[in-house]
Design a protein around this ligand. Structure first.
Ligand SMILES: *[C@@H]1O[C@H](CO)[C@@H](O)[C@H](O)[C@H]1NC(C)=O
Ligand SMILES: *[C@@H]1O[C@H](CO)[C@@H](O)[C@H](O)[C@H]1NC(C)=O
Length: 452
């Protein structure tokens, strides 16, 4: 299981030399034999909490969150928390969004996560629909105008905390904000069955667009494949490579959250009975470019699923990561260009979804003075597709201020936001031995270089 959730530098393949540079010498890496879970940002299992707004006694509550989150992070290597905001007190009214009022808990929970080096998956819902006698209690959500007002009200806070928001789940509509069990934006077809008509479909698109505008550069996840496919704009087609990560195309920005992962045969109706195979195939491809995640909605002891099947399904649904080969050049003259080829293999099952730079740093072995970052503009780590080997070329123009001496060559994958870029906890660390891991700075030391 651990391997599925970590990044790894593997053995070397001969890389091709850049025309301006000499081909370097090959090195190979082995996986770390440390069996502990390697914590990485925007990766792995998560826990969830529910926060009913407004929160009274917020100061105390914040302390509670702080110790709870810190425990998950240090004891379990969990870096993501699903934060569900319950809005049952606001079905018919606006928030008081001024400081000290209804939305303070949002600010507090995001600040708490940031202080601990963690991130949030965010969802809002008006109704919980507790089961009575095995059936749902359908309830009214806020009407569309009210809902759109709420999105407008939370948007400034979301935008301000975008650095620590991994993904937004569509929310707001239906039980638990899953858009699924709902009498809202839908008409009754039969007992307990409601479907959107043409005007509801338009409303749903309008709401989705408002959600995407509230979290620019982040994806919005829907509960099932069918819900995304129901948008005429998306249909049953997969995101095409040319549209991947486009922030101007609605369908490129919609992911999927499977909240009943392995709960039953079809993951608690995540996949429809009459179309299960097609939907699973669709999701497998969609996960290359759209954030897919989920949680198990059942106690694992109650499900019949064994470990092998779980891992298989994690793979099928693309929950994870990346391997890397390195081709290094040992010496470089001051002021020259230093190059390295890397063959990257994402041995996990999912790519990265949020923008993140790739940088090379040179750290003098004697003085520890670090030069760089040499940002590798041409490399987008979101395009390291799972199961595919990708060759990338690193290029570093050694500025004259790099003094002669021995250097560590560091590959740094910091967070994409300026506020978190400098924070070690948000950098991606590869699961390698060979002294690749600089755990203090969360840098990947991929080689040594002598500058003369
Ligand atoms: C707030 O927390 C402190 C201890 O952390 C406790 O002594 C106090 O009673 C709490 N206040 C309320 C109103 O719950
Ligand atoms: C859809 O249903 C709503 C009632 O929920 C109704 O007001 C609206 O006119 C219907 N639209 C169409 C196109 O049938």
């Amino acid at each position: 299981m651990n391997a599925g959730f970590s990044f790894l530098i593997l053995c070397l393949l001969a890389g091709k030399a850049l025309s301006a540079c000499d081909k370097g010498e090959a090195v190979s890496f082995t996986p770390s034999d440390d069996s502990a879970i390697l914590e990485n940002p925007e990766r792995g299992f998560y826990h969830h909490i529910e926060i009913e707004l407004p929160v009274s006694n917020l100061k105390n509550k914040t302390q509670e969150w702080e110790s709870q989150f810190a425990g998950w992070n240090t004891k379990e290597g969990v870096s993501l928390v699903l934060v569900k905001f319950a809005l049952k007190n606001f079905v018919k009214k606006n928030f008081d969004s001024s400081a000290g009022k209804d939305l303070d808990a949002m600010r507090a929970v995001f600040d708490t996560l940031r202080s601990l080096g963690m991130k949030a998956i965010v969802r809002y819902s008006y109704v919980q629909c507790e089961k009575a006698d095995g059936s749902f209690i359908f309830q009214e959500d806020a009407k569309k105008e009210q809902l759109l007002d709420h999105i407008k009200q939370v948007a400034p806070i979301l935008k301000k905390s975008l650095d620590v928001i991994y993904v937004l789940q569509a929310g707001f509509i239906g039980c638990w904000g899953e858009w699924y069990y709902t009498i809202n934006y839908a008409v009754k077809i039969s007992k307990d069955d409601y479907k959107p008509n043409a005007s509801h479909k338009k409303d749903r698109v309008e709401i989705m667009k408002a959600l995407l505008n509230a979290v620019p550069g982040r994806m919005v996840q829907m509960r099932t494949p069918v819900l995304k496919q129901a948008f005429d704009e998306c249909g049953g087609k997969n995101i095409q490579p040319a549209d991947a990560f486009s922030t101007s195309k609605m369908c490129s920005q919609i992911g999927i959250h499977n909240d009943c992962f392995l709960a039953s045969e079809r993951d608690g109706d995540t996949f429809k009975q009459d179309n299960e195979d097609a939907e699973r195939q669709w999701l497998k491809k969609e996960g290359l470019y759209a954030a897919v995640g989920g949680e198990s909605c059942e106690d694992p002891k109650k499900t019949s699923t064994d470990c092998k099947k779980t891992i298989e399904q994690l793979g099928e649904q693309r929950f994870s990561f990346l391997n890397l080969d390195y081709h290094k050049k040992k010496t470089a003259a001051k002021g020259s260009t230093f190059c390295a080829s890397l063959n990257i293999l994402n041995s996990g099952v999912a790519p990265l979804y949020n923008k993140r730079p790739v940088e090379v740093l040179l750290r003098n072995k004697q003085s520890s003075k670090t030069y760089g970052p040499y940002v590798q503009e041409n490399i987008d780590p979101r395009k390291f597709a799972p199961g595919e080997r990708k060759s990338i070329d690193l290029s570093v123009q050694l500025l004259p201020d790099v003094v002669p001496g021995k250097y560590d060559v560091i590959l740094n994958l910091p967070d994409g936001s300026s506020t978190l870029k400098g924070k070690a906890k948000y950098r991606i660390l590869f699961a390698n031995g060979n002294n690749v891991q600089d755990k203090t700075n969360r840098y990947n030391v991929i080689g040594q270089l002598t500058v003369n």
